[in-house]
Every structure is written in structure tokens, then in C-alpha cells.
Design a protein. Structure first.
Length: 468
DNA sequence: ATGTCC
């Protein structure tokens, strides 16, 4: 019997897969009718498998969910004393940093030629794409500084804590050993301050309502995090007696030696990713000064692939501590959450930064009291509709139309008509174009209708730099 | 996501 068939509808945007077999908890899915119908049986099977890990207390699927490895993308798994490596995945602490450009308004960026110069200026200063390529003017960071970043993240760069979800995560120095994963250590120094490939990007966006100009950066822990994750997938599979092919199903007790080692190395990779995002800001700042004579200010920085130990808000109103694995999901602490006490976000909840696509743009959300229903989590994007290979094959015949749409799309942004989205590539990458993603507004509507979060700002892209 | 290969 299929899992999808068993899913019950509790409210228009809330589905529940009841506990069966080895599942330790029921699966809560935040999907409306259309998003639910589009899910595959394989997704539900994967969610049920994830719910069968030891120590699972709760599991949620965000409205952008789709099949991942081990745990669905858009999956949130809450455990007590267990760490699941697939719960943060290969790009440990992949996430977003958002910059405001208070000196600029939509009218100042309306000229596409000027946006083209900004794209070129950013590419000159920030490395993009795979590997160790560094731009000519990359900031020179001594390896000793990188070692500080492993332990103290953005704090090592002097970034104020209030600008970050976590400006660093504590690393157990008795356990963290950078020689343990030599290929990780070797990548860390040359790749600091780089964007990487895939869906990572730097993008200029404009607020639909106010015309305010923002820059969003989406990137992660690069080779350092990938090598770290890969090492602990294999080591965990060996420990649990799983064949290598099933390494993504492995898990660790937090208090066994390999669990303690994973926790230390995972957190070092998170610190690296957080510092990486803040380092990239240096190049964006220089480029924005050079082309627009304007300053950028960091608004907030947040991960969407991360395991964090945090205070859980339980349905009966009590709290306890646990590990929250967000695999393509964004933390969403509402006003009054204990872990926001004495921060600037205590009375409002912290912002959730959600990229959509290079066509549909992005949003800033604020968690509502109903966030407690979804393990204080929201989606991390709009969700992939099509695999990369499928996109390249099936959209090739409309590539010209896709490029034309990017060049000519006209939007009223803060009362100013802005035409075209300037890119850094000759052609729009088909595996990243707007058509391979679900409708961001439909995904966000589920959060609003279920009382989980509200959309405070809706932003549209005007210039995009992809890591290709 | 990833020098696309434990």
C-alpha cells in the first residue's frame, strides 16, 4: 500500500502521514491541494524512512519539499540524542545573506547597461563556479585566520551577532581535528569568499512595493563542507554496518565518539559557511561603490541546511532542548521564542530569507505564533519542479524564448518600470531558469494561510550572477 | 551541493 494514499488532510495546507511500521513519529506536511497532488510516492517513502531513524521526535515537510538523498529537501527532523548526517546534507550550512542598499531606489538601477557594469564589477571581485578559482583582487586570508573561522565563524571577522542567525556555533576543540579530513582542510583557504556553482548566486533585487534595492547572496561551505559531510557519511555507514551505497541513511548517537566528531566538524563547516557569506559581502560592497557610488548594509544572514541544538516549542506549551535538522528548510522563531531573548528580534521574530528563482525573485518572511506547528521552520525556496538533466533536455527547444523573457520582462517596482534581468552568462542556464521551480507565491501562501509566517517583503531580480 | 571519482 502506498504511503501517499495514507496521507490525511487536517486543514487546507496541513497533511499528516500517520505512524506505521518503524516510524517514530507521524509526518506533518505543509502542502495545499495542488502541492500535495504534485508529490511523488518516492517522497513519502523517503519521509517515512527518515521518520524511522532512532531518536526522531517530529518530522515536517515544508511546502517546497521534493525528493533529496536520505531526507527530503524541505525536510525538518527533530531528534533527542541522535544526529542524522543527511539532515544537513552535503552543503553544510548552505544559506542566504541579504544586503540593503539604502542609497539606491528602483529608478537608480533602471538602466540595464549600468546593471551590466555592476555584474561585471562583482565578477571581478568574487570567485564564482566550481573549484579554487580566485578573482585577481580576492581578499588574501592567511591560513591562521581560516583556523579561527572554523571555530568562531563570522565572529572571527568582527561581524555583530545580531546580523546573523548564528554568528558562530561552538566547536568542541577536544574533538575537532582539521587533519581528520585533509581534503576538506586543503579546500578551505583558497575557497573562502567564493560562491560556488549549482543554484548559488549573487543577485540584485528590488522590493515590489517600496522600490528599495537589495542584494541577495546564496552560497554554502564549498569544498570544505562537502568533504566533511562525505567523510562522515562513509564513516557512519561503516559504523552502522550499512553498505556504502546506503551511506546517506546512516546516523550517529550524539554521545558516541563518531557522533561527537561529526558534531564538531559539522559545526566547523557551518562556521566556515557563515564566514564565507560575510566575506563575499566585501567584494559586493566594493563593486556597488565602484558602479553606483552606494553603500551596502548587512540586513541578516541565515542557513537553510543545518543541524542546530535549540529550544523546542511543544504543542502543550512547554519547552525542551533537541536537535533540529533543517534540510532545505529555514529556521523560523516567532516573537517571544526563548532562543531570541535579549536579541533585537525578540519582539518581532527573526526574518526568514527565502530565495525563489532567477525569474520569480525572493521574499522576506516573519514567523507567526503558528510557526510552533511546523517545528519553527519554513521553506528554503520555491522547490525544484524538474531535475537538472531533465530541464536541460526538455527546455532546450524553448531556450530562445526563455532568454527573451529574461531580457524583456517588465515589472513595476516601487512605481518604476524596470525592464529585463541582466545575467552573467551568454544564455540563461536551463537547469536554473524560472520554469524549473514551483510558483514561489503559491508556496508562501501555504505558510500564510496556516499562520506559520507572513510575507513582509516581495523582491524581484534585476541582475543575477550565477556560479557556472 | 561537489576539482560531478571512496
Amino acid at each position: 500500500m502506498s504511503y501517499k494514499y495514507r496521507v490525511e488532510t487536517h486543514s487546507p495546507g496541513h497533511r499528516v502521514l500517520p505512524r506505521t511500521g518503524e516510524m517514530k513519529a507521524e509526518v506533518h506536511a505543509w502542502l495545499d491541494d495542488g502541492l500535495f497532488e504534485a508529490t511523488d510516492e518516492a517522497l513519502w517513502q523517503q519521509a517515512a524512512t527518515a521518520a524511522a531513524h532512532p531518536g526522531v521526535k517530529a518530522i515536517h515537510l515544508m511546502p517546497d519539499t521534493h525528493l533529496g538523498y536520505g531526507i527530503p529537501v524541505g525536510g525538518v527532523v527533530v531528534t533527542d540524542d541522535v544526529l542524522i548526517q543527511a539532515g544537513s546534507g552535503y552543503d553544510i550550512s548552505c544559506g542566504v545573506i541579504y544586503l540593503e542598499v539604502p542609497g539606491l531606489h528602483a529608478a537608480d538601477i533602471a538602466d540595464p547597461e549600468k546593471r551590466r557594469r555592476w555584474v561585471d564589477a562583482v565578477e571581478l571581485r568574487v570567485a564564482t563556479g566550481l573549484g579554487d578559482h580566485r578573482p585577481p583582487r580576492a581578499r588574501d586570508v592567511a591560513y591562521r585566520e581560516v583556523q579561527q573561522i572554523f571555530r568562531y565563524g563570522a565572529q572571527a571577522l568582527g561581524v555583530p551577532a545580531e546580523l546573523c542567525e548564528r554568528h558562530y556555533i561552538e566547536v568542541d576543540d577536544a574533538v575537532f581535528d582539521e587533519r581528520r579530513v585533509p581534503r576538506a582542510r586543503d579546500r578551505a583557504q583558497p575557497q573562502l569568499g567564493s560562491v560556488g556553482g549549482g543554484n548559488h548566486f549573487i543577485e540584485m533585487q528590488v522590493d515590489r512595493d517600496s522600490g528599495a534595492v537589495w542584494v541577495m547572496v546564496h552560497c554554502g561551505s564549498r569544498g570544505f563542507g562537502w568533504q566533511t559531510a562525505n567523510h562522515f557519511f562513509y564513516a557512519g555507514a561503516e559504523l552502522r554496518g550499512l553498505p556504502k551505497k546506503r551511506r546517506e541513511e546512516s546516523w550517529l548517537y550524539r554521545d558516541e565518539p563518531l557522533g561527537r566528531a561529526y558534531w564538531a566538524h559539522h559545526n566547523a563547516a557551518a562556521n566556515y559557511a557563515i564566514a564565507n557569506r560575510h566575506t563575499i559581502v566585501d567584494g559586493v560592497r566594493e563593486a556597488t561603490r565602484a558602479v553606483f557610488d552606494a553603500e551596502v548594509d548587512v540586513f541578516y544572514e541565515i542557513s537553510h541546511n543545518l543541524v542546530q541544538e535549540e529550544t523546542l516549542l511543544l504543542p502543550d506549551g512547554s519547552t525542551e532542548r533537541g536537535f533540529v535538522h533543517r534540510k532545505g528548510a529555514t529556521r523560523a522563531f516567532p516573537a517571544g521564542h526563548p532562543d531570541l531573548a535579549e536579541t533585537k528580534w525578540a519582539a518581532t521574530g527573526h526574518p526568514c530569507l527565502v530565495p525563489g528563482s532567477m525569474l520569480a525573485g525572493a521574499a522576506i518572511l516573519y514567523p507567526q505564533p503558528g510557526a510552533a506547528r511546523s517545528a519553527c521552520s519554513v521553506n528554503h525556496g520555491s522547490g525544484r519542479l524538474m531535475a537538472r538533466g531533465q530541464a536541460r533536455r526538455e527546455l532546450a527547444h524553448i531556450h530562445d524564448e526563455i532568454d527573451h523573457e529574461m531580457r524583456t520582462i517588465r515589472r513595476a517596482l516601487g512605481g518604476v518600470t524596470v525592464e529585463g534581468i541582466v545575467g552573467n552568462t551568454a544564455r540563461t542556464p536551463l537547469d536554473e531558469c524560472g520554469h524549473v521551480y514551483k510558483d514561489l507565491d503559491a508556496v508562501l501562501a501555504v505558510l500564510e494561510s496556516e499562520g506559520i509566517a507572513t510575507v513582509a517583503h516581495r523582491l524581484y531580480p534585476v541582475a543575477n550572477i550565477k556560479g557556472v
